[in-house]
Design a protein around this ligand. Structure first.
Ligand SMILES: [Zn+2]
Length: 109
């Protein structure tokens, strides 16, 4: 029974909780506003993906919440990073624990 299937206890994001649809809409609106700020434009113009550290054209980067809004992450500068499309789609398709593994592997390269 050592090899248990991935359960919630292993999930590094499990301390965050679902805050409700109204809250999610509010954070999404906040993110939209942040997209228009010079802070975000400056971040994006660096062209570096926060996760894989590769360089992209600024318009190839998207806004990503390190802790997704759906998991209780807020639309604050500390939680928002530029992210390439590849990392973005990986992050969406992987379980949080698998995403963590992906990040660990990136660091090793
Ligand atoms: Zn990336």
């Amino acid at each position: 029974m050592e090899e248990n299937h991935k359960n919630q206890q292993e999930n590094p994001f499990s301390i965050f909780y679902y805050r409700g649809e109204v809250w999610i809409q509010k954070e999404k609106a906040k993110a939209k506003k942040l997209k228009k700020t010079s802070w975000w434009k400056k971040k994006k113009s660096s062209g570096i993906c926060y996760y894989c550290k590769r360089k992209f054209k600024p318009n190839e980067l998207t806004m990503d919440h390190i802790i997704p809004i759906s998991r209780g992450g807020e639309s604050i500068k500390e939680n928002i990073v530029p992210c390439c499309k590849e990392c973005n789609s990986k992050k969406k398709s992987l379980l949080p624990i698998e995403w963590e593994e992906y990040l660990q592997n990136l660091k090793k390269v």
